[in-house]
Design a binder for this molecule. Structure first.
Ligand code: AMP
Ligand code: DBH
Length: 556
């Protein structure tokens, strides 16, 4: 039963990323953070203890723990039969359905490495990611009215030398149901090697790949389960796409499978339908991003009777982007005693407010690091620690925070200090009790309701437009999303009549033609003759944001 561990000379993490230094790794093992268990066995205890308990439910059906276990081993055998093997990278773009859970665990069972992509990813990003990961296959969702995922994936296979085949969600479903159940032994790498790759919201031209190991990720899940007090009675609802790090691991659907609870996945985000699901399944834990939390309070205000549907909730988690105190207060009134702020990142560090924190802490802070082994530094521009309680750049290191992105030596030089701290790009202040308050950001990123967009990536694509001479993308406040993206464009002069072809519609269609993610299309387009510059002649984003603010207040 136990998979053999391969004593490979170069684990993938060492070949393509940056492992923890041997000394740190030894300490994490010695102190019990890293336990040598495999992520794909996360549901094993519950499969044995409570085989009939519901494990995963979606909008179409459900699986007990015994069925989940059987489906994982069947699909693992199918993948193995198709030639997939240890360390093969596989792009996974699946919606909130049972097969996402089965497929991710089945791939890891044979040592293959899922690369999680969002449903909004299109050809450009999928190609870049498949290329960087040297993916051998793509597994994508069913065809919808406006997106033929299999066709786009086939185009990616054409363009990426390593990529060989595509499988759709429908094929996956039938394979995991009809495949032969074989409890096989697979040769797999050690638990300190890469289990899967997450995409970073990133600040550079293309998304970076975040390598997470079995050891580090399991620790972050185990610790999250303790902080959140998960039990087999918990019923967890993922309304946000479950491939995000937050609903996957903080404590996420994986934490719930570890605890032996029930995971409910839905593709429906409308609060009316979601409230019905909460009532139907007696949901206890829900992670939300601020825009969804906003929808919840608005819905409850319009339909006060609906509030009763939420009576089973014990933990309403909000994270991914800053929760403003006003919305936090309204949530506290909606479901008293259940709010938890979560400030985390796919690179590692996760902070929680605790269930017994006082109201001020829950409303006014983004929580404190979950582990005693999380090292936090708050520094100025020269990496010198700021005075206690002052704002500064947040750096972090610990047993579940990566030491480097996958195959990105250049990015790693900027994103990590020499002694291995990750530069989060967040500006924070720390209270005496350890709680962090997120005050802003130093990275060129737009946090669009929890979805991170790299300004540089969108700028690069805009610059390829024939009617655009120069372009800068910045965030501006949005009542609902928190932030939205604005592209400020200098239209080309020679040969084109100024402004022609630079309205949002034509730009949106240009971006779509380039295969850009749906959510990365700027929400607003502004034109200008030239950009303001800083003292050293660089384009001043700060000055651009101020100009936009001034413009808005004159227009208001
Ligand atoms: P990523 O690195 O793409 O996983 O995104 C993580 C980033 O999301 C963090 O570095 C923060 O900028 C932002 N973030 C996540 N949770 C919160 C939160 N609760 N409040 C403010 N910002 C957050
Ligand atoms: O935004 C995030 O990436 C995030 C938010 C909350 C995260 O990765 C997490 C919790 O684990």
């Amino acid at each position: 039963m136990n998979p053999q561990t391969m004593n490979s000379a170069t684990p993938l993490l060492a070949a393509g990323g940056r492992p923890w230094p041997a000394e740190a790794a030894a300490a994490y093992r010695r102190d019990g953070y890293w336990t040598g268990e495999r992520l794909d066995r996360i549901a094993e205890a519950a499969i044995r203890a409570t085989p009939d308990h519901p494990a995963v439910v979606d909008d179409h059906g459900q699986l007990s723990y015994a069925e989940l276990g059987a489906r994982i081993s069947r699909l693992a055998a199918v993948f193995s039969h198709r030639g997939l093997t240890d360390r093969d990278r596989v792009i996974l773009q699946l919606p909130n359905r049972i097969e996402l859970v089965v497929c991710a665990l089945a791939l890891m069972r044979i040592g293959a490495i899922p690369v999680y992509c969002l449903g909004s990813s299109r050809e450009r990003e999928l190609t870049a990611v498949a290329d960087r990961a040297k993916a051998v296959a793509l597994i994508v969702g069913d065809m919808t009215a406006d997106y033929d995922a299999a066709r786009v994936a086939a185009d990616v296979v054409e363009q990426v030398a390593s990529a060989r085949w595509v499988m759709t969600a429908e094929q996956l479903r039938s394979a995991s149901i009809t495949g032969r159940e074989l409890e096989q032994t697979y040769r797999v790498s050690g638990t300190d090697d890469i289990a899967f790759l997450q995409l970073s919201g990133g600040t550079t031209g293309l998304p970076k790949l975040i390598p997470r190991t079995h050891d580090d990720y399991l620790y972050s899940i185990r610790r999250s389960n303790v902080v959140c007090g998960l039990t087999p009675q918990d019923v967890f609802l993922s309304v946000i796409p479950a491939v995000h790090n937050f609903p996957m691991s903080s404590p996420g659907f994986l934490g719930v499978l570890l605890a032996g609870g029930t995971v409910v996945l839905t593709e429906d985000q409308l609060p009316g339908a979601v409230f019905d699901l909460v009532a139907l399944h007696r949901v206890t834990v829900v992670p939300l991003v601020p825009p969804l939390a906003h929808l919840w309070v608005n819905h409850a205000e319009l339909e006060p009777d609906a509030i009763g549907q939420l009576s089973s909730l014990r933990l309403l988690q909000v994270g991914g982007a800053k929760l403003v105190p006003e919305l936090a207060r309204r949530l506290m009134e909606l479901v008293p005693g259940t709010l938890q702020q979560v400030f985390g990142m796919a690179e590692g560090l996760v902070c929680y407010t605790r269930p017994d924190d006082d109201a001020d802490t829950v409303i006014g802070t983004q929580g404190r690091p979950m582990s005693a082994a999380d090292e936090i530094r708050i520094v100025d521009e020269q990496d010198r620690p700021v005075a206690s309680g002052h704002r500064g750049h947040l750096l972090t290191r610990g047993p579940y925070t990566i030491r480097g992105y996958f195959r990105s030596p250049e990015a790693n030089r900027q994103a990590f200090t020499e002694d291995g701290f990750y530069r989060t790009g967040d500006i924070v202040r720390q209270r005496a009790d350890g709680s962090l308050i997120v005050e802003g950001r130093s990275k060129d990123q737009i946090n669009r309701g929890g979805e991170k967009i790299s300004a540089e990536e969108v700028e690069d694509i805009l610059l390829a437009h024939p009617a655009i001479d120069d372009a800068v993308v910045v965030a501006e406040p949005d009542e609902y999303l928190g932030e939205r993206s604005v592209a400020i464009i200098v239209p080309a002069r020679a040969g084109t009549s100024a402004n022609s072809g630079v309205d949002r519609k034509s730009i949106a269609s240009h971006l779509r033609d380039c295969g850009v993610d749906v959510m990365k299309v700027p929400d607003r387009i502004e034109t200008t003759e030239q950009f303001p510059v800083t003292g050293v002649g660089k384009i001043s984003r700060v000055r651009l944001r101020t100009l936009l603010r001034e413009q808005r207040s004159t227009n208001a």
